[in-house]
Design a protein. Structure first.
Length: 377
């Protein structure tokens, strides 16, 4: 615990420095090297000489990390900051190479790539893998879950600690981090959505799982489109909009194709799991495992959640500055209530689908709701 408390302030500092130097386009300035130097200097002042000597005789280890967002995105820069901190804490003996934009593994294939060892670590968006993370996605039930990425992290880790079935579901990889993405909302190209009638028949990009099912109940025509293909499909009018969050809209430049942002009706937060190949984890020296554990887990996940939230706010400001015609859409309370009533109707369906093998899905969803309220922001 003492090691963790020493490491996390350094990680927070590095993440703050990275986000503070990110430009409007989502890239970092040359001051990144200064941030690395400052982080290294602070690490040296912690007096962790024992940690430094622990790695002197170890063989260097190089790991690969696959991510579908660009490495220049705000969350990509924050991930790189964590990678740099791991290297600093291990005397550059444990290094991690970040591959962004799906260059190592397309987002929907990242889980398989990590499980078979093609990639060592993956940034896994659970909604890309329908049916494989249903208990994890209890926090993503539309209009019934957390609305802050750090809140999502807190709820998930508490559920994980108390639920063997969730532990089994996530055992496909060694879990390092779990947190939400900033709250998703509907953005459209040719007109705003103010009422339920406005969404009927509209082709919208959304992830698989609960969100797809609720979109259907609303009367929309959901399309599961990979992140990297969304811009093209918007430009060709194959789809008329998307459910996404501000950081993703900026990272993939979707704001160039969109004009209406229904931020006034938050829908859900997706779940990101940073998971490592189980065999690769088991093969690591315990000293390396300790550093990875101390900089991740629940505390590290909350830190990333805070970072992701702040990144989304910066992305929103950048998009609104870049697009003077952008319009924030806020439906009336009555219209939002109509959407929510239908979304609430999906919860019993989810409970029914997940009540099996003695698992009490109703009690589980109630516990998730209780924790969501407990960690409300």
């Amino acid at each position: 615990m003492e090691r963790r408390l020493r490491f996390l302030p350094v990680l927070l500092l590095v993440l703050a420095l990275i986000l503070g130097t990110v430009a409007c386009g989502g890239t970092a300035s040359n001051s990144g090297s200064e941030a690395d130097a400052d982080a290294s200097a602070e690490s040296e002042t912690t007096g962790d000489t024992e940690g430094a000597s622990a790695f002197a005789d170890l063989e260097p280890v190089h790991l690969t990390f696959t991510m579908h967002d660009p490495v220049t995105s705000r969350i990509g820069q924050a991930t790189q900051a964590w990678i740099d901190e791991v290297a600093a804490l291990t005397d550059n003996k444990l290094t991690i190479e970040l591959f962004g934009s799906g260059t190592l593994a397309p987002g929907p294939e990242a889980l398989n790539f990590v499980m078979d060892g093609t990639a060592d670590i993956g940034w896994l968006y659970t909604m890309f893998y329908p049916g494989q993370f249903s208990l994890t996605e209890v926090v993503a039930l539309p209009m019934n879950g957390p609305t802050h990425p750090a809140q999502t992290a807190q709820v998930l880790w508490d559920l994980y600690d108390a639920t063997p079935e969730l532990q089994t579901e996530l055992s496909k990889v060694h879990v390092l981090l779990m947190y939400g993405n900033p709250v998703n909302f509907i953005s459209t190209k040719k007109g705003p959505i103010n009422t339920l009638a406005d969404i009927r028949g509209l082709k919208l990009r959304c992830p698989a799982g609960a969100m797809t099912e609720v979109m259907k109940l609303w009367g929309a025509a959901p399309e599961v489109v990979p992140p990297g293909d969304t811009y093209d499909q918007l430009s060709k009018d194959v789809i008329g909009g998307t459910s996404w969050e501000w950081q993703g809209l900026e990272a993939f430049k979707l704001y160039e194709q969109l004009d209406y942002y229904m931020e006034g009706m938050p829908i859900y937060e997706g779940v990101f799991v940073v998971g490592m190949n189980n065999e690769k984890w088991a093969a690591l020296d315990p000293a390396y495992q300790q550093v990875l554990s101390d900089t991740t887990g629940k505390a590290g996940s909350v830190t990333f959640g805070e970072t992701f939230y702040n990144a989304a706010q910066e992305s929103k400001a950048a998009i609104l500055e870049a697009d003077s015609t952008a319009e924030i859409v806020t439906p009336t309370d009555e219209a939002i209530a109509e959407f929510k009533t239908i979304a609430d109707g999906y919860v019993p369906i989810w409970v029914s689908e997940n009540t099996k093998d003695g698992f009490d899905a109703q009690a589980y969803v109630e516990k998730a709701a209780e924790l969501t309220e407990q960690y409300k922001r």
